[in-house]
Write a protein that binds this ligand. Structure first.
Ligand code: FAD
Length: 428
């Protein structure tokens, strides 16, 4: 039976709907484009400081990656810390890693302060090792993280990994106790309520179609009227469009897909992931998986292109096969839901914040946005208030454009990138 094409998380919470559209204000101090973690977290912080702020969202609040993701609240950045240190030096690398730890604390603190019922818990994450030769590289990584970042990781041999995962296919694993997990749709829904409570206004169905500067202010034309703002923050992640063309050309939208199984018996659940870890593997074309309410939530970049009904349908088949390779015991289990969403990658795989022509932005979370987008929203808002965005740790290095300018916002190269990743997985 084919699974329902629906975001499973949406069945677990009342998502902020668009039945009552809040009228747009005529003027605000800060207008935020995009109603996900970045936009909401920034708006909450600004509103707490008495700033008049409006969040403009093209669809419903939380519609983007923020209500579709795997809910893994992870330490570190997409780019490994060894590469980060090589590129930016020890001091910057330490600062950036510290931000990643603070980003998890930020999520934890917001969930606690705002009483958000999203199941946040420090489950820890498990990086599973797909090939024997990855084991040696990860052993060095574990030593490197302890030496350079004072960050404890635990390397498990193939025998030891049985305490963490009921799968035979891996060649060991690395445990990071610091990471967490949550239900992303419940989190974004709670964050939206907290943002409104702080005094910001949230506007669903308010796609910004045009943004222009007039006499020192910005005019934002939306599908249901215009408003004027002193400052603008772009928080559109993988859905960045041609309203902010210069930014669109720096963000690669990449599809990621997830299936959710039917509810599994308690005993099987305990065997699959005994300690409830958030799990991802050591491949370029990686899989990530975790449990929620006795369902296996299993994701991957099954298609590289963003979600369409076709890519979602095909992804369901691919992901089911991949899940059964990891867990043959799930062979006869029914897949209830499948969905997709779009991630945002910068060409250097780093997150970037900054200001260009008076427009602030925070983009490029590369699959680490649950914690990072929350943190960036908060810290970019603080930088806007202090007027010191130049000093933000994620603005200390340039935001690269496509090599040779070979990208105009349509990611024609994704099939090649996908094939390249497959080749890398084969040879590395
Ligand atoms: C399938 C999937 C799994 C993932 N798993 C994880 C995970 O386990 N852990 C993790 O850390 N990260 C994960 N991520 C990434 C994470 O979800 C994102 O990095 C994060 O949600 C980004 O938040 P955001 O607020 O910046 O953007 P989004 O939540 O994507 O919001 C951007 C919003 O901007 C709106 N928008 C775009 N253009 C306009 C316009 N012109 N006018 C008005 N609004 C506009 C869109 O409608 C959208 O709602 C995953 C992502 C996907 C897709």
């Amino acid at each position: 039976m084919t699974p329902t094409q629906q975001i499973y998380w949406h069945t677990t919470v009342r998502i902020p709907d668009d039945s009552k559209l809040t009228p747009l204000p005529e003027t605000v101090q800060v207008a935020i484009i995009g109603g996900g973690y970045t936009g909401l977290s920034a708006a909450r912080t600004l509103a707490h400081q008495g700033v008049k702020v409006a969040v403009l969202e093209a669809n419903t609040i939380g519609w983007g990656a923020s209500s579709r993701n795997g809910g893994m609240v992870l330490t570190g950045l997409k780019l490994g810390m060894r590469s980060v240190m090589k590129k930016y030096g020890r001091e910057t690398a330490r600062r950036l890693f510290q931000c990643s730890l603070e980003s998890i604390d930020t999520v934890e603190q917001i969930v606690k302060e705002e009483n958000i019922d999203c199941g946040f818990w420090r489950y820890g994450h498990l990086l599973t090792i797909n090939k024997p030769k990855h084991f040696e590289a990860l052993k060095e990584d574990v030593e490197f993280m302890a030496r350079e970042f004072n960050h404890p990781l635990r390397l498990l041999s193939r025998d030891e990994q049985q305490a963490e995962i009921g799968s035979e296919i891996y060649h060991g694993a690395v445990v990071d106790e610091c990471s967490g997990g949550l239900n992303p749709a419940r989190y974004v829904s709670g964050l939206a309520a907290a943002t409104e409570k702080a005094g910001a206004t949230l506007h669903a169905r308010a796609r910004v179609n045009r943004l222009e500067r007039k006499g020192g202010r910005f005019i934002l034309e939306t599908e249901r009227g215009s408003l004027s703002a002193e400052s603008v923050l772009v928080a559109t992640s993988g859905y960045t469009g041609n309203v902010t063309r210069n930014l669109q050309k720096k963000v690669i939208p990449i599809g990621s897909f997830i299936i959710a199984t039917e509810k599994l018996p308690d005993q099987l659940v305990k065997q699959l992931i005994p300690n409830g870890r958030m799990i991802f593997d050591s491949m370029h074309y990686l899989n990530y998986f975790r449990l929620w309410d006795n369902r296996m939530i299993f994701g991957g970049r099954a298609a590289f292109f963003p979600e369409t009904s076709k890519t979602i349908e095909r992804s369901a088949e691919i992901l089911q096969q991949e899940m059964i390779q990891v867990y043959p015991q799930l062979n006869d289990v029914k897949i209830d839901y499948v969905w997709g969403g779009t991630l945002d990658f910068a060409f250097d795989m780093m997150t970037h914040v900054g200001e260009t022509d008076g427009i602030y932005y925070s983009l490029g979370y590369a699959g680490h946005g649950v914690a990072m987008a929350t943190y960036m929203g908060k810290t970019v808002a603080e930088s806007i208030l202090k007027g010191n965005i130049k000093e933000h740790p994620f603005n200390l290095f340039p935001f690269p454009s496509a090599p040779l300018g070979l990208y105009n916002g349509f990611p024609w190269f994704l099939p090649f990138a996908g094939a390249w990743h497959k080749i890398l997985d084969w040879i590395e």
